[in-house]
Design a protein around this ligand. Sequence first.
Ligand code: ADP
Ligand code: MG
Ligand code: ZN
Length: 442
Amino acid sequence: MMTAINKANLPPRQKYDVVIGLEVHAELNTKSKIFCSCSTSPQIDKNGNPLPNSSVCPVCMALPGALPVLNKMAVEKTITAGLCFGCQINKVTVYDRKNYFYPDLPKAYQISQMFHPICLEGSVSLSNGRVIRLNRIHSEEDAGKLLHDDINDQTLIDFNRCGVPLIEIVTEPDIKSAAEAAEFLREVRSRLTFAGISDAQMELGQMRCDVNVSLKPIGQIKLGNRVELKNLNSFKMVERSIQYEIKRQTALLDDGKKITVETRKWNDAKQITTSMRNKEAANDYRYFPDPDQYPVHLPASYIQKLKKALPKLSGDYKKDFINLGLTPYDTEILTREKKITELFLETCKMNKDYKKIANIIINSKDPLTKNQIIEKLNFKPTNTDRARLTDIIQKIFAAGYENNKPIDKLINYFMGKVMQATKGEADPELTKEIIKSFLTEK
Ligand code: ADP
Ligand code: MG
Ligand code: ZN
């Protein structure tokens, strides 16, 4: 039997392609700032709050005559970021001045990279199989913070953040939806945190995102006029602001109107975007190489060394966990945060019921600690009796072993033996420490 279709119930046919490009800023977790020796952590007052302007010097406050000296670790961590995304690393990199006037940066220029960034290209693959290409990852300094005090009608400046090293990850306009943008950002966050180069906590402003959105008639090659949404600092804000922009731009195009190229701001209370200013163009900034600094040479052997030192990333752990028999869903959640991955791995050293451990971690609302999981699993108490463990390890050593293996392999070998002897009850940290002391005594 034929059924009549009520057209009003059908979803509207999609008329436009959505085109999105992201610019992601992440603070690197170096000890000192990028061009001076000030600490990146400000001093704390007696209530535990950061003291404004407590970590500043003539360089990061831009006093006349002060000269920048590049922090090697900021370069190194930017290269590591590039290696996490399969970027090419430039053999020579140069810092440029990006000129603009705003009181959060008293030099009236930001030291950034335009023409020879540290990293080029690279990509991220999404779960739907689509590949998001990166244009570049460059290194730059952060600006200070302005605090608007409405009661006294004044603006205060805190320079602590001035000179904190940032990376900026710029994508090609390859993203097609709010959900893809959010997945991309989660993957970026995960790679940066697993690589140990940024804490990337969006709620603390350690990772911030500008979103560029445009529409074009389906199939058209030429991109439409874009709108830039500034400084979104949560995944939710990124998704909501994109959804709102798609609706707003669709309505304008449907009315035959043009999209104004502009910078817009997300109003989280009203859940709308509002116009901020006309979009500036690159030539407004009059970029030029910073004459205070030399070009930086990055030899292939140095890049190779950093590549070798790259720790396991979330993708590697995903494969491991699938091999342990966990589902893709479990695996995805257990590798979102480095802390959670570590907690899972630590707990697995003491009990082999991986699925049960995974369930406890995944289903708990509050972040768990190792001890709470042990309690929930009804583990036998961990053996932290140093004298007893030393005795056990001594006996294992006395039985003899092949001494020609690298130390890491030897430690693993003895860990296995101790766990066997104690039925997995030995405290792994303590066991490792005692094994090490036995091995280095020799
Ligand atoms: P800026 O925003 O600093 O002027 P770019 O011109 O390099 O810098 O563009 C920044 C971002 O905007 C990139 O992520 C790029 O992919 C994206 N982008 C460029 N054109 C469009 C467009 N028409 N629609 C959506 N995103 C775009
Ligand atoms: Mg931009
Ligand atoms: Zn300083």
